[in-house]
Design a protein around this ligand. Structure first.
Ligand code: ARG
Length: 458
């Protein structure tokens, strides 16, 4: 007998049974569902909507179900449709008729909104912890490489020298914004919808504030229709997750490039690389590739969720059951990727010498040569032109800027002096960029200290 079977003269078709049942995926909400019911039952008793004895029986019964699920002793049924009705059915089997009072002043519509919010709050906390750990790994690695000079790129062409620490700290900033976004998303998730009923609240004198306190929410939802139809928090999480993945994916792309034989900037640890079944020499950056690949899943979760919601009239519609698989997949994917990414970065070997070799050639110090002239009162546009011609000359002569003799340099501008060679050495190029947010060791050290404060504040 279905919990809603009263008005039906015929059994649900088997095909429909399988089609609409959500227990296969919403059973992961068992804890939130039961704790939500515990708070609800306690509230019903406190308000005299059911007797205190009845409330106690319900709460005790619910707690035994929780224990038994955790011990792996509960079997959920597809016919019971979802986690809510499975729990209610088991409760009634255990405590008898009084179990049927649990759903007083409640609907599965506000119940599922509650469960998902409770679940997401926990997961956001966990993901925040994983992100924080990755940030710590980045800070530690940056600390070791404040003086590790490497080429900075634009258009993937050598641009200006930077340091590895500076490059890593760029990712640190991205992950800080991700942390802020999760924090912000948490605020809007932390609102308690129970009491919205199916859509129009309830005729019973419930105490929503009590339930809110019991379940540790910051506030209660302000409108019963919105309370059951709002999935913004899930969309926001998926959007925040999509950005985390985008950052991880860009980082992955660099890990893949840098570990190639063409770059050789880094060597991935054997434990975080895989081989080929045919090519004996291969050591592939599969972890980074998979992270890059899984980014698409999370984008898909976000788009799926947005699309499922866009045409829905108020209030609850069964379409909304589709929110869970997308949300769960986004949560699982982000977590898995963060979990494996941090140790991959932590264990990789940095080939400092090869990075340093990368700043010779490619005229990576050309801006600094132009700055040298501009500092001697040549308008920058003109200095740019002079050095541009120098680069052309060098290319034809097969030389780098620092290999030119003083005479050759003076041919282009009489303002070039002996000190130019030092000024255009890669280390000096980096050191000179001592602006807040710049790559100079002093500036990066300041950024790392600030980063440590940020991480410790969490
Ligand atoms: N399993 C449903 C979901 O996940 C719970 C709410 C069902 N409500 C309803 N009236 N069918 O969305």
């Amino acid at each position: 007998m279905k919990l809603w079977g009263g008005r039906f003269a015929k059994k649900t078709d088997k095909l429909v049974e399988d089609f609409h049942s959500s227990i296969s995926f919403d059973q992961r909400l068992y804890k939130q569902d039961i704790m939500g019911s515990v708070a609800h039952a306690a509230m019903l008793g406190k308000q005299g909507i059911i007797s205190q004895e009845e409330a106690d029986v319900l709460v005790a019964g619910l707690k035994t179900i929780l224990q038994d699920i955790e011990a792996g002793q509960v079997h959920f049924e597809v016919d019971a449709e979802d986690i809510h009705m499975n729990v209610e059915k088991i409760l009634t089997e255990r405590v008898g008729e009084v179990g049927k009072k649990l759903h007083t002043a409640r609907s599965r519509n506000d119940q599922i909104a509650l469960d998902v919010r409770m679940y997401l709050k926990e997961e956001i906390k966990e993901i925040t912890g994983l992100l924080l750990h990755l940030q710590e790994v980045l800070l530690d690695l940056a600390d070791q490489h404040v003086h590790t000079v490497m080429p900075g790129y634009t258009h993937l062409q050598k641009a200006q020298p930077i340091t590895l620490a500076h490059h890593l700290m760029a990712y640190f900033q991205m992950f800080s914004r991700d942390m802020d976004r999760l924090h912000d998303c948490y605020r809007r998730t932390d609102v308690m919808p129970l009491g919205s009923g199916a859509l129009a609240g309830t005729t019973f004198q419930i105490d929503r504030e009590f339930v809110k306190e019991q379940l540790g929410f910051a506030a209660i939802t302000a409108n019963s229709l919105d309370g059951v139809s709002d999935r913004d928090f899930a969309v926001e999480f998926c959007a925040a997750g999509a950005l985390i993945m985008m950052h991880l994916s860009r980082f992955s792309e660099e890990v893949i490039l840098w570990s190639s034989h063409e770059f050789r900037f880094i060597t991935l640890d054997d434990g975080f690389s895989t081989g080929s079944s045919i090519m004996p020499q291969k050591k592939n950056p599969d972890v980074a590739e998979l992270v890059r690949g899984k980014t698409g899943r999370v984008y898909g979760d976000l788009m799926g969720l947005l699309t499922a919601l866009k045409g829905l009239p108020l209030a609850y519609n069964k379409d909304m059951q589709e929110d869970k698989e997308a949300l769960f997949d986004a949560i699982d994917t982000v977590k898995k990727c963060l979990l494996v990414f941090a140790p991959m970065i932590e264990t990789m070997k940095v080939n400092e010498k090869i990075m340093r070799q990368g700043v010779t050639g490619g005229f990576i110090n050309a801006t600094d040569a132009a700055d040298y002239l501009a500092a001697r009162n040549v308008p920058f546009r003109q200095a740019h032109e002079i050095v541009g011609r120098l680069v052309l000359y060098c290319e034809q002569a097969g030389k780098s800027l620092e290999e030119l003799s003083m005479e050759e340099l003076k041919d282009f501008s009489p303002l070039f002096g002996e000190d130019v060679y030092e000024k255009i050495s890669p280390e000096k190029c980096v050191e000179a960029r001592n602006v807040p947010g710049g790559p100079a060791p002093a500036a990066v050290k300041a950024a790392i200290s600030k980063g440590r404060l940020y991480v410790h504040a969490f």
